[in-house]
Ligand binder design. Structure first.
Ligand SMILES: Cc1cc2nc3c(=O)[nH]c(=O)nc-3n(C[C@H](O)[C@H](O)[C@H](O)COP(=O)(O)OP(=O)(O)OC[C@H]3O[C@@H](n4cnc5c(N)ncnc54)[C@H](O)[C@@H]3O)c2cc1C
Length: 306
């Protein structure tokens, strides 16, 4: 008969790994299934994570795995979770390589991934001088001339946020600006140039942005870019299992990381729109505590029935 582990964690980024650490220390049998496609793989450095500021994403994972594997009840499988069936107490995960793992609880820490970047030249600079989150990379681009590719309400929001790092930036809406007259006035008042021509290409050298070339012939000289990619969840398995998701695909969880399906939890980017490694890790820790409480309560109640 196949062994039933306490928790199967799908996804071994900061969220899934922190959940594994907490559960390993709580003496739970855990299997982490991870296929090594973190969203921040393109970056050279991860910032804003206390004690790991400036670590490369691979260094971060390496240290995390070394620390977790000190706890003998945690196992990490390099594989893709391809299908999930079952209900609370007995979830069965089949991997792409044909392995089957059965677990009492299930954690989806599958992250999010970018949809293909459809601006010519953007993939060459992504993660080197074009970024998605000013809290992650704004410090490195402080006081520089930036191009901010964003439109509509988010343009005003981003202008306010970016102005904390530099006052030299141009909003490129890459087509119709989607702004109201008041929003245009507001940006004008703060002397933020707005260019609404579609972007023809991004020119760069060794990954460093030089200029954004617009279809109307204008060029925006800049040394960095922030943009908002369209994101999709790292795996649709949670949804297939019946977990409710938002319109944008984020798994809906309560304050204890529980999804709408009993015994199924979700954490990190998959279940939040904060998109910071430390937040993802902390949500993983929260999910671990929540699952561990349930497992201990179930064992306690069952023991009482003997
Ligand atoms: C360009 C860029 C720069 C960033 N810079 C920073 C920064 O400086 N500081 C910061 O705090 N944050 C940064 N972030 C955000 C940070 O990367 C994420 O918030 C964080 O990685 C989320 O952690 P996670 O564990 O939820 O997901 P991820 O780190 O994305 O991990 C999810 C894991 O699940 C795996 N997976 C998915 N589906 C399956 C499946 N079916 N089977 C097996 N495995 C699966 C994936 O392979 C992946 O390894 C950056 C993001 C980007 C895109």
């Amino acid at each position: 008969m196949k062994k039933v582990v306490d928790v199967i964690i799908i996804g071994g980024g900061p969220s899934g790994l922190n959940a594994a650490l907490v559960l390993g220390r709580a003496r739970k049998d855990v299997v982490v299934i991870d296929d090594g496609r973190p969203r921040n793989k393109v970056t050279r450095e991860t910032h804003g994570f206390l004690t790991r500021d400036g670590a490369t994403p691979s260094e971060f994972r390496q240290i995390a795995k070394e620390q977790i594997l000190a706890y003998p009840s945690v196992h990490i499988m390099e594989d893709t979770a391809a299908a999930v069936t079952g209900t609370e107490g007995s979830f069965e995960v089949t991997t792409a390589e044909g392995q089957v793992v059965i677990g009492r609880k299930l954690l989806f820490a599958v992250g999010k991934k970018d949809q293909p970047l459809d601006i010519p030249g953007l993939s060459e600079v992504y993660g080197k001088s074009a970024f998605v989150c000013p809290y992650c990379d704004g410090w490195e681009l402080r006081d520089q001339s930036l191009g901010i590719i964003v439109s509509g309400d988010r343009a005003v929001h981003m202008a306010k946020i970016i102005s904390g790092w530099t006052n030299r930036f141009t909003i490129c809406t890459n087509g119709p600006d989607g702004l109201t007259d008041e929003q245009r006035e507001e940006l004008k008042l703060h002397q933020v140039p707005v260019m609404d021509s579609p972007i023809q290409s991004i020119e760069s050298e060794d990954g460093m942005v030089r200029q954004i070339v617009l279809e109307d012939g204008n060029k925006v000289e800049c040394t960095g870019i922030f943009f908002a990619p369209k994101l999709v969840i790292g795996s649709d398995l949670a949804q297939k299992l019946g977990c409710e998701v938002t319109e944008s695909g984020t798994v809906i969880v309560d304050e204890f990381a529980k999804t709408s399906v009993p015994g199924v939890f979700s954490s990190g980017d998959a279940a939040s729109e904060m998109y910071q490694a430390i937040t993802a890790a902390s949500l993983g820790a929260l999910a671990a505590v929540s699952m561990n409480s349930e497992l201990n309560a179930e064992a306690w109640n069952n023991a009482g029935k003997l």
